[in-house]
Design a protein around this ligand. Structure first.
Ligand code: SAM
Length: 268
């Protein structure tokens, strides 16, 4: 037991140190008006394409196993609801928790657009782990862990909040890993590659759960779509006047698709 806790602590310290390396040096931040880490609610809108991913298929299956009336879903780090809102009405009641009120306002707008009744949705503005954590039959946390320097407490709280199942989705590498070649080409700066999803799998096992694992790829950005090129260029601190050059570079050197991993733990 002692050695499990020691190993968890070691993994968490490695994770936190690797995440800290993703901080962007001041000289690059000075080149651009906005932080490369700024998140826009429009990037996390509910998208029917996500219904085909293992994460959403697993969530639907886990909800459908439950008797009607018990199909509740908690979405931690919900963003604009891109993961959970597509699951209504299979998920009879959805709780979206996020530290950003701007994201939660977008969840409510997106839910209204999808015709989800107000009584089926609750939004909670809080950091996770939350002091009075909401619970649900099924808990999902997608694309959040690279924001979290203390993943062990975070994962423990996800597991404690679920009665049926937990699904965690995470890209294999940091969400900005894919733009490393743009950093190198335009800023002459090598960005890190660690941490990776492997550490999350190891932490879940050390917490006493053998997860099911699914892997897939998200397509790389389209170099002919100025919006997608701008999104990547922003992440690499490239000023707007050079975005056309970034597009031309990506036509020559297309980026790799993003590898994504989902872990599922069934608790009951
Ligand atoms: C990259 S977005 C992912 C949104 C959504 N889960 C999805 O996959 O479309 C990450 C979200 O997690 C939220 N977040 C990050 N750390 C958090 C924490 N410790 N507690 C609550 N929310 C957090 C951010 O505000 C942001 O909305």
């Amino acid at each position: 037991m002692q050695s499990r806790e020691a190993e968890l602590q070691r993994l968490e310290e490695e994770w936190a140190a690797a995440l800290a390396d993703w901080a962007v040096p001041e000289r690059f931040l000075a080149q651009v008006p906005t932080s490369p880490f700024e998140l826009s609610p429009s990037s996390f809108k509910p998208d029917p394409a996500r219904l085909g991913t293992p994460t959403l298929r697993w969530l639907a299956e886990e909800l459908e196993r439950l008797p009607e009336g018990e199909r509740t879903l908690l979405d931690v780090g919900s963003g604009a609801g891109g993961t959970s809102l597509m699951l209504w009405p299979t998920a009879e009641r959805i709780t979206a928790l996020d530290q950003s009120e701007q994201m939660l306002a977008a969840v409510r707008d997106n839910a209204a657009e999808l015709g989800i009744p107000a009584e089926a949705l609750k939004t909670v503005n809080s950091r996770w782990p939350a002091p009075e954590a909401p619970s649900a039959s099924v808990v999902v946390c997608a694309n959040v862990l690279y924001n979290v320097p203390t993943p062990v407490a975070f994962l423990r709280a996800l597991i404690e909040s679920a009665t049926g199942a937990v699904v965690v989705e995470i890209t294999e590498r940091h969400p900005h890993f894919g733009v490393n070649p743009i950093w190198l080409r335009f800023n002459g700066y090598q960005r890190p590659s660690q941490p990776s999803a492997e550490a999350v799998g190891a932490m879940l096992r050390l917490l006493g759960h053998e997860p099911e694992v699914a892997r897939w790829e998200r397509r790389a950005a389209d170099p002919d779509d100025p919006e997608e090129v701008g999104r990547l260029a922003r992440r690499a601190c490239i000023p707007e006047e050079r975005w056309a050059e970034v597009g031309a570079y990506l036509r020559e050197e297309p980026l790799q698709p993003t590898e994504v991993v989902a872990f599922k733990i069934r608790l009951a």
